[in-house]
Design a protein around this ligand. Structure first.
Ligand SMILES: Cc1ncc(C[n+]2csc(CCOP(=O)(O)OP(=O)(O)O)c2C)c(N)n1
Ligand code: SF4
Length: 287
């Protein structure tokens, strides 16, 4: 990426892109649906990317990427990577059908979702990636989001794609390694990258990395890989830090009462145990 992009200060999304695009290299086409990254990348005729970019309709990141893949293959450009790069709204909600179709066909594309846990570009509306308990402009305080964050990795793992992984801008070496691993595989590869958004999370711009790191250390956003939908590998061991430590830096959780935080802690601990159990099982193909 060139300097001079249009992200807000402290935005996690361009950081995530820098690590991924560096790993993929210049022979890459990037597909961007509507969302903050359409703006971050910059308006036509300017571009902060040093590779070709195709802007597409909100719900079509995976289908556009599939089409570009087919065209490149027909023209003998099989070595060019195709990266779909979408927010959580475009991935978890409105583009899920196209993504599921591409994953089921095992299209030879890399799909990166920078997850800022809401529709940020249109003013912080709730998405299905918004965590339980969070404030958004469509979930006012005391009517906070009362359903859990959709588990997108489980959904992708259910398609038995070769590679699905979570990553975070707070762990750049891990993120770069996962992007390189995805680069060197074929088929549908999915990267789910936590990318904090200071205006949407109501956090200080300088705390982006600290908050993202706390998400992993508190087990709220574990870092792991799923190979062929079966083999689970945990990459970072969390610490015994309560979720309240993660919440306290973000005003979007400030209305939560002690009891509510206790319930969230129980859920987070349960999900972690479940993930741990899965990581102890051997993949079906390894047996
Ligand atoms: C079909 C359709 N519905 C709504 C919009 C308006 N819209 C543009 S960007 C956006 C939000 C995108 O959210 P997300 O995918 O989470 O990305 P972020 O803005 O958070 O980066 C919306 C609702 C649109 N462009 N197309
Ligand atoms: S609103 Fe959030 S996601 Fe969008 S550019 Fe600003 S910090 Fe980044």
């Amino acid at each position: 990426m060139h300097p001079g992009h249009f992200a807000c200060q402290g935005c996690g999304a361009p950081l995530a892109m820098r690590y991924v695009i560096r790993a993929l290299g210049k022979r890459t086409v990037v597909v961007i649906p509507a969302g903050c990254f359409s703006v971050i990348q910059s308006p036509f005729p300017y571009s902060t990317m040093k590779v070709p970019v195709v802007h597409c309709a909100f719900e079509t990141a995976a289908s556009t990427a599939s089409g570009i893949r087919a065209a490149l293959d027909m023209n003998g450009n099989g070595d060019v990577h195709v990266l779909a790069w979408a927010g959580d709204g475009a991935t978890f909600d409105i583009g899920l059908q196209a993504l599921s179709g591409a994953a089921e066909r095992n299209e030879n594309i890399i799909y990166g979702c920078y997850d800022n846990e809401a529709y940020m570009n249109t003013g912080i509306q709730r998405s299905s990636a918004t965590p339980y308990g969070a404030w958004t402009t469509t979930t006012p305080e005391r009517q906070f989001k009362d359903s859990p964050k959709k588990n997108i990795i489980e959904i992708l793992a259910g398609h038995k794609i070769p590679y699905a992984a979570t990553a975070s801008v707070a762990y750049p070496e891990d993120l770069a390694r996962k992007a390189e691993k995805a680069r060197d595989m074929k088929g549908t590869r999915f990267l789910h990258i936590l990318a904090p958004c200071p205006p949407g999370w109501r956090s200080s711009t300088e705390k982006t990395i600290k908050i993202a790191r706390l998400a992993t250390l508190t087990k709220v956003f574990p870092l792991y890989e799923v190979i062929n939908g079966e083999e689970y590998i945990i990459n970072v061991q969390p610490k015994k830090i309560p979720v309240s430590e993660y919440f306290k830096h973000q005003m979007r959780f400030r209305h939560l009462k002690e009891e509510e935080i206790k319930d969230i802690q129980k859920r987070v601990d349960y999900e972690w145990e479940r993930l741990l159990n899965r990581s102890m099982m051997e993949g079906f193909n390894n047996k």
